[in-house]
Write a protein that binds this ligand. Structure first.
Ligand code: SIN
Length: 330
């Protein structure tokens, strides 16, 4: 008989750790109240998949997660992955910002061992909760050899997504997660089925190591619309090293905002044009003369992913040309 893999399970809170007063409370409940041990007790069948070692790292809603939380999670995951007797890590997490933590780990962990981030749209106490199945599926994916080398994964609703692409696209449905190019695979009855692999560089192929990251530069996002005041752009941009401008459509910028954005760029704030559609490519020098203004553009990264990528890139480069290339590589 082959030995079962050892999987570390890190609890951080969220709906998967939530509790409602009644089974009908699928949307109104307290988040982040169940400990990771309690959550795991509800899926005794997981013991057949792996030896589990649980620990509670945080206990809070993921809407509270700042850069310091990402660093703390990343550093702990890295310590666990470095242990020869740990084969993979599962992180239970609120779904609201799961795509951000997962992408940060995808870019900064230096291991090919599976890391799976998982949450739930309904607390364990609710009717048709997805908590137990999502966690069981996440453990199955982390425990399986076919998951190695895929970077950080997000498992939800029987689908396996790459952290690079996954986005939360619904506020309450179980089918809340999507990747623009589709999931990497499915997980059914304790077994992952992969059909594709992430094609962009991640984990061991990136220059960023969670072990050496300390403080992260400030990058903010501004959501573009025609009535947005130039004072808002000035205010948000002036305290930041970089500003992701989530423009309309193909990263379009309203005429009255060109000047404030150009002024910020002249003062050394890196302006990155992205799209508030959350999908598709922003064409460099397409709707704006980016070369002339000294602006950057995303490739297909949505504003949230672009914020994390620029944050990491700024720890390494200050040259605009090198920073632009980062969007094409990761
Ligand atoms: C959170 O993100 O922590 C709350 C919502 C959720 O987990 O679905």
């Amino acid at each position: 008989m082959t030995a079962k893999p050892n999987i570390a399970v890190i609890g951080t809170g969220g709906t998967i750790a939530g509790k409602g007063e009644a089974v009908v409370n699928t949307a109104a409940y307290l988040c982040s109240v169940l400990g990771i041990d309690e959550i795991l007790e509800s899926i005794p069948d997981a013991a057949a998949l792996a030896n589990l070692r649980a620990e509670q790292l945080l206990q809070t809603g993921s809407e509270n997660f700042g850069n310091e939380h990402l660093l703390a999670i990343g550093k702990r995951v890295a310590q666990l992955l470095a242990q020869p007797d740990i084969d993979g890590v599962v992180i239970t997490h609120g779904t609201d910002t799961i795509e951000e933590t997962a992408y940060f780990l995808h870019l900064t962990l230096k291991s090919t061992k599976p890391v799976v981030v998982v949450g739930a749209m309904r607390p364990p106490s609710a009717m048709s909760s997805d908590a137990s199945l999502n966690l069981y599926d996440a453990l199955a994916v982390a425990a399986h050899p076919s998951s190695h080398g895929n970077g950080t994964l997000v498992v939800a609703n029987s689908e396996i997504h790459t952290a690079r692409d996954v986005m939360k696209g619904n506020s309450f449905k179980l089918e809340a997660f999507r990747s623009p190019y589709g999931p990497l695979g499915y997980v059914i009855e304790g077994r992952p089925h992969f059909y594709r692999r992430p094609s962009r560089a991640h984990t061991v192929e990136t220059p960023w190591s969670i072990d050496t990251l300390v403080a992260l530069p400030k990058v903010d996002i501004v959501y573009g619309y025609g009535a947005l005041g130039s004072n808002v752009v000035d205010f948000i941009g002036s305290g930041a090293h970089g500003l992701i401008y989530a423009g309309t459509g193909n990263g379009n910028v309203a005429a009255h905002l060109l000047e404030p954005l150009r002024r910020l760029a002249e003062r050394g704030v890196l302006i990155v044009r992205a799209s508030r559609t959350g999908n598709g490519i922003v064409l460099r020098n397409g709707s704006q003369p980016d070369d002339e203004y000294g602006w950057l553009t995303v490739d297909d990264q949505n504003p949230l992913k672009a914020r994390l990528l620029l944050t990491l890139a700024l720890t390494q480069h200050s040259d605009a040309r090198a920073l632009q290339q980062v969007f094409a590589r990761y």
